[in-house]
Design a binder for this molecule. Structure first.
Ligand code: PSV
Ligand code: MN
Ligand code: MN
Length: 403
């Protein structure tokens, strides 16, 4: 093996993609939730499925929880259960959007008691983090307004700031809060954390442990996400990603399925930061949490997750292949298309043989999807768990249907 390949394999072995508990359960749109045979119903089953993804890919060893969807009495026991499967508990995602009280918002609600209730839940999640050993609290707020004049926009900003400050103050040493933004939905006139700039401004104000979380599905069409990534990385405030693919808005489709070039360009920025000569930029890149945020509506859950992890791996492998010296040369010479070609050459490379070699070296199946299909996992869980609606995010009443 050449030293280049050794370096490439080492980088691939360091890659990590966290999978979300809610991606393993049934979920749906507001029109219908389709029950998938064997879809995980409990957090333990979700962890079992995540272990299958880790067993086949080797780069997905942690699972994000959503509270209270995944609420348990004993988080230390849950942590041990995960560890027994070779997993760790990743980011904790509070849920401040599914309570009747949150009609006008949670932490930005005009009602003080509602704000207090939301804050108590966020603090409960900080406590969960302590028990699960999680580094990241992942914050997404559905807060916003539907009509001009419905509420005072600056007051809502102040309430958001106050809540973030309080949560920041409660974080243990070494922990972080990742602040997610979203252009719209469920609020349609104004979302309180509407873009990366708003999230960034709050993070700067509340302190060092606050970082911005970029969810690929939360931007207007045409927004250059890789530029946001480069900017935040350079400012030392890129906390992490929620990977998915969107066609219109927050579709939560499989990452890389519709716009693989965008995913590649994002990874290109991350690799550039990983390889920077500046130690601070390298440290910023090392701290980034790579997470999938997808709800699988019509597709097999575990296979969808495998495909997502593998798409991230391919994008990263291609980004590692960019000839950085040649790129720098072309950029310095003002060679517009030459520079672009350096990038597209890497993007067009078929990295599948390279990844097969890497898997072979690690004792992983060369084709994880095929291995999964042949493993009987899907049939086993279908038999064991049956076909039951609910159990994912946005759960419906569990209605057993015949398998
Ligand atoms: C809603 O848009 C959402 O998809 C956000 O991206 C959150 O991260 C996720 O739900 C889980 O709460
Ligand atoms: Mn998200
Ligand atoms: Mn989303």
């Amino acid at each position: 093996m050449t030293s280049d390949q050794t370096e490439l394999f080492a980088a691939l072995s360091r890659q990590r993609i966290e999978t979300p508990s809610w991606g393993y359960g049934n979920s749906g749109t507001r029109f219908k939730t389709f029950a998938w045979p064997g879809a995980a119903r409990t957090i333990h089953e979700k962890l079992d499925d995540a272990a299958e993804v880790q067993r086949l890919t080797g780069i997905a060893p942690s699972v994000a929880l959503h509270i209270p969807w995944d609420e348990v009495e004993d988080y230390t026991a849950l942590r041990r259960y995960a560890e027994g499967l070779g997993l760790s508990i990743g980011a904790i995602n509070p849920n401040v959007f599914q309570n009747d009280r949150y009609r006008l918002g949670s932490v930005t609600s005009p009602d003080r008691q509602t704000r207090e209730q939301a804050l108590q839940h966020l603090l409960h999640c900080v406590d969960v983090m302590r028990q699960t050993g999680s580094r990241d609290l992942s914050l997404w707020f559905a807060d916003g307004t539907n009509y001009a004049g419905q509420d005072d926009l600056r007051s809502r900003k102040h309430r958001m700031r106050e809540a973030l400050q309080q949560v920041h103050g409660a974080l243990p040493d070494g922990a972080r809060m990742l602040v997610e933004y979203k252009l719209f939905e469920p609020a349609f006139y104004a979302t309180d954390l509407f873009d990366w700039g708003a999230a960034y401004a709050h993070c700067l104000a509340v302190g060092e442990k606050a970082q911005v979380l970029v969810d690929l599905g939360h931007h207007a069409p045409g927004v250059n996400i890789e530029q946001i990534v480069a900017f935040l990385l350079d400012e030392g405030r890129l906390g992490g990603f929620h990977f998915n693919a969107r066609r219109y808005a927050d579709d939560d489709l499989i990452v890389g399925s519709s716009n693989p070039f965008e995913l590649f360009c994002i990874y290109a920025e991350l690799v550039a930061a990983e390889r920077s000569s500046d130690a601070q930029t390298r440290a910023a890149a090392e701290g980034v949490a790579y997470m999938i945020d997808q709800s699988h509506n019509i597709e097999p859950k575990v296979e969808a997750m495998l495909q997502s992890v593998l798409n991230c791996q391919e994008a990263y492998a291609k980004a590692l292949l960019i000839d950085r010296d040649l790129l720098a040369e072309a950029q310095a010479a003002g060679d517009v298309l030459g520079a672009h070609r350096v990038l597209t050459d890497a993007f067009r490379t078929d990295v599948r043989p390279l990844l097969q070699g890497w898997r072979e070296e690690r004792g992983l199946p060369q084709d994880p999807i095929r291995a999964h299909r042949e493993s009987g996992h899907q049939q086993r869980v279908a038999e064991l768990r049956g076909t039951v609606a609910g159990g994912g995010g946005y759960p419906e009443e569990p209605v057993p249907t015949p398998v």
